[in-house]
Design a protein around this ligand. Structure first.
Ligand SMILES: Nc1nc2c(c(=O)[nH]1)N[C@H]1C(S)=C(S)[C@@H](COP(=O)(O)O)O[C@H]1N2
Ligand SMILES: [Mo]
Length: 219
């Protein structure tokens, strides 16, 4: 082969390889497995479930959020709407707790969650006095809601880590609501917007499809 043709071929092939590289899924399929290997398996004498013990049944499958352009919006009935970068959300006191997620499909997982108190995030935006409902909006179009009082009284957090590792994309990276004592469909993953509202009858994705708006574990 002519030397020049060879160079052109090599350049073309490399460009093709790089092109293929960028079109690959943003996350290596082995990532979940390697995270599982380093996760915390026991906390204060209690065995934890694995980050692999979840059933993947999200409405549109795993979402891959680009953290550079990610913003968490806090709006609706607030005095001062917020638009926070990932690092700005993390720049709050961190809390850990072991909480069980129960899906209506009959499985459950005990996980050590680490996250930020919603109360602390709300302090940044000052909810209006008429706000009684909090609507979570997600990257995949999913929504769900809980009473503001439930979030505050329960010291609920949005988690950025589970079992000591940063939430994998499959589990809701960058943030998942840890809706303790509520069924799995209240645990919004891939949260992009938190809307303060006075619509206490608001129904999210599964609630519109017949699931209880209270979502108590006994429902
Ligand atoms: N954005 C978003 N959050 C979601 C869901 C979803 O489809 N989209 N599914 C919910 C349900 S039904 C459950 S049980 C929990 C855990 O789902 P996983 O096992 O798929 O992580 O996430 C909840 N949060
Ligand atoms: Mo679920």
């Amino acid at each position: 082969m002519h030397h020049f043709t060879k160079i052109v071929l090599v350049v073309l092939l490399s460009a093709f390889a790089i092109g293929c590289g960028t079109s690959k899924p943003p996350v290596n399929p082995d990532t979940l497995q390697s995270l599982a290997a380093v996760q915390i398996k026991e906390y204060e004498g209690r065995n934890l479930s694995s980050i692999l013990d979840f059933e993947e049944n999200s409405i549109k499958g795993p979402q891959y959020v680009d953290i550079g352009s990610y913003r968490l919006k806090i709006d609706g009935l607030v005095v001062k709407p917020g638009d926070f970068k990932y690092e700005e959300v993390l720049d709050h006191t961190k809390y850990s707790k072991v909480v069980t997620l129960n899906c209506v499909e009959g499985w459950s997982v005990d996980i050590l969650w680490e996250g930020i108190l919603l109360k602390d995030i709300f302090d940044d935006v000052t909810p209006g006095s008429d706000a009684n409902t909090v609507i979570f909006h997600s990257y995949d179009g999913y929504t769900t809601s809980l009473p503001l009082k439930t979030l505050l009284d329960g010291d609920m957090i949005i988690a950025y880590k589970m079992n000591g590792v940063v939430l994998p994309p499959e589990r809701g990276y960058p943030f998942q609501l840890v809706a303790q004592n509520k069924l799995g469909y209240k645990w919004a993953k891939w949260i992009t917007r938190i809307e303060l509202s006075s619509d206490s009858k608001y129904q999210g994705y599964w609630e519109q499809r017949g699931y209880s708006n209270e979502a108590n574990l006994t429902d």
